[in-house]
Write a protein that binds this ligand. Structure first.
Ligand SMILES: [Zn+2]
Length: 325
């Protein structure tokens, strides 16, 4: 089986962003040392709005300069470990700022669809450019912030002219509408990858773009009860290492605690315990795992180390751009 470990490399975007050190640097260091130890390539979708803000403000605030240097060094380390960096866009950075002490998030425009087509095109251009500059790597793949990749026709041309040929935002059955979020993947193909043109949920033969969907599994309410209870009982093991607060997702917790749900296959927190069974799903050729360094826990990092020790020679771990070769 081809296994793609993908990580969205970012701060939190709620009332507290948390620090770059705890949300990004520290957990990613642990992931990169596993990547080197077991020769596992991983793909990091880098929050490029943050990167651009850091660059713009680094000469004004010494704290921002330290963050910028640490993040740039770590992106360099990703390359050295055989990992790749790809484009992740949270466009609300356009409206967010540093107050001299901390980042103040304004998430009123949370997705690219909240900007005009021209504004979205400029965001895609400038965010892709800074990632190429900082990483020295080719940038060919995209993951939308908060999975809000629709309507894709709003951004397809800008992605195309900036060299993006692959999307990995879709997960089968995913659906969420709120003041901030909007995605609906209920009708997307069940295939493990497909070509498309203007809508990632509609396969088109020989389409320009490739969709590498995030894999899904079914999780019971019991699983989520266990997850929440463990977080309370053993916070040092099961609380996220990132010390910020997420953007609210109204209704989400209740949904998970009361019925079975499709959930994307995750490399973070207690979700890692379901990775071996995801690997053993019959007839699947690709497994695409999504996680956030900020949501990794002591428990999940220890678990992943044992997981990679066991499986690194049994499966083919790949970077997402390998799909394009
Ligand atoms: Zn994100």
């Amino acid at each position: 089986m081809n296994v793609f470990f993908t990580w969205d490399y970012e701060l939190y975007f709620g009332s507290e962003t948390g620090t770059a050190q705890s949300c990004m640097i520290e957990p990613t260091q642990a992931l990169l040392s596993m990547s080197k130890k077991y020769n596992i390539p991983m793909t990091f979708f880098v929050d490029c709005g943050y990167l651009l803000r850091l660059k713009e403000l680094k000469d004004t605030f010494s704290q921002v300069r330290d963050e910028y240097d640490a993040v740039c060094r770590q992106i360099e380390d990703m390359g050295k470990a055989g990992c790749e960096v790809q484009l992740h866009i949270h466009p609300h950075w356009e409206d967010s700022y540093f107050d001299g002490n901390r980042w103040i998030m304004n998430v009123n425009r949370y997705k690219l669809a909240d900007f005009s087509k021209e504004e979205a095109a400029e965001i895609i251009r400038s965010y892709t450019q800074i990632l190429r500059e900082v990483s020295g790597q080719a940038v060919e793949a995209y993951r939308a912030g908060g999975w809000c990749v629709q309507p894709f026709s709003h951004i397809s041309e800008a992605l195309r002219v900036n060299g993006i040929r692959l999307d990995s935002s879709v997960f089968k059955g995913g659906y969420f509408q709120s003041d901030l979020y909007a995605y609906d993947f209920r009708d997307c193909p069940s295939a493990e990858q497909w070509k498309f043109e203007e809508d990632p949920c509609v396969a088109v033969d020989r389409g320009f773009f490739t969709e590498l969907p995030i894999s899904v599994y079914e999780l019971s309410p019991f699983f989520f009860w266990k997850l929440f209870i463990l977080g309370r009982l053993k916070p040092s093991e099961h609380k996220p290492i990132g010390n910020g607060k997420p953007v609210p997702s109204p209704g989400m917790r209740k949904k998970y605690l009361t019925r079975w749900n499709s959930h994307y296959v995750s490399g973070e927190g207690y979700f890692v315990t379901r990775l071996p069974s995801a690997l053993h799903t019959p007839h699947i050729k690709n497994l695409t795992v999504l996680g956030h360094p900020k949501a990794c826990t002591r428990f999940s990092l220890d678990y992943l180390d044992r997981f990679f020790a066991r499986y690194h020679t049994r499966h083919t771990f790949r970077n997402v751009s390998d799909v394009l070769k």
